[in-house]
Design a protein around this ligand. Structure first.
Ligand code: CA
Length: 233
């Protein structure tokens, strides 16, 4: 099997070295870019499998790079940011990033994110997923064509909004979806009230979906950011 190719976009040499050393010792191939212009060039000419993208670059905002890449590619982008502010992560996710890591991060954390992204990639690329209108994740089954869902063989009685939420999350399994993304897709707008309503619907959905709502198995909360459906093994 070919070793996956990762594009590392980071202007800070110590962080870049930590990442490339980790990749090298874990059987990944990599390309590096220390600024936005090189990043776009490498991304378009070498077709990497995953991009690790620092948001603070000398010549370009990382969010701008995400927007540019998204005009021609869906390749997974994991944002790496020194800025712990939620607004930066949210902006990056809304621009089309798949996941994020906040500096300082551990080598284990980096590898875990890469593995999760690869799992999602190979899941998305299987022919049965692309052509199927049924989503299966652990004991959860969503029939997009039929407009219904089951858990462990029992049909879930969901309100239209709960079902819509479940579809948005499952169609983007593994990806962090922001409050703005979810409310825009449900109500076509994102006011403060909508985010509050989203929390309520998420809570009722979880009550129906999660065997133990206090330690959710399917839907992960990213406080101040959004939600993600996990791919259950
Ligand atoms: Ca930087």
């Amino acid at each position: 099997m070919n070793k996956p190719l990762i594009l590392v976009v980071e202007d800070d040499p110590p962080v870049r070295n930590l990442i490339t050393t980790t990749l090298r010792t874990n059987d990944y191939r990599y390309l590096v870019a220390a600024n936005g212009e090189t990043a776009l060039l490498e991304a378009s000419s070498h077709n990497p499998e995953i991009v690790l993208l620092d948001l603070g670059l000398p010549d370009m905002d990382g969010v701008e790079i995400i927007r540019k890449i998204r005009t021609w590619s869906n390749l997974p982008i994991i944002v790496i940011s020194a800025r712990s502010e939620d607004t930066d992560k949210i902006e990056a996710l809304d621009a089309g990033a798949d996941d994020y890591l906040t500096k300082p991060f551990s080598v284990e954390e980096l590898l875990a994110r890469l593995r999760a992204t690869q799992r999602r990639l190979s899941y998305m690329n299987t022919e049965s997923v692309a052509s199927s209108s049924v989503f299966v994740n652990g004991k959860l089954r969503v029939d997009y064509a039929g407009g219904c869902a089951w858990l462990d063989g029992q049909e879930l009685h969901l309100t239209p909004i709960e079902y819509k939420l479940l579809c948005l999350l499952s169609r983007n399994v593994g990806k962090v979806l922001t409050h703005t993304y979810l409310t825009q897709n449900i109500w076509g707008r994102s006011w403060d009230n909508d985010v509050a309503s989203l929390r309520v619907f998420m809570a009722t959905l979880r009550k129906k979906l999660e065997p133990t709502p206090d330690s959710p198995q399917y839907i992960q909360t990213h406080i101040g950011v959004g939600y993600r459906m996990l791919k259950v093994e």
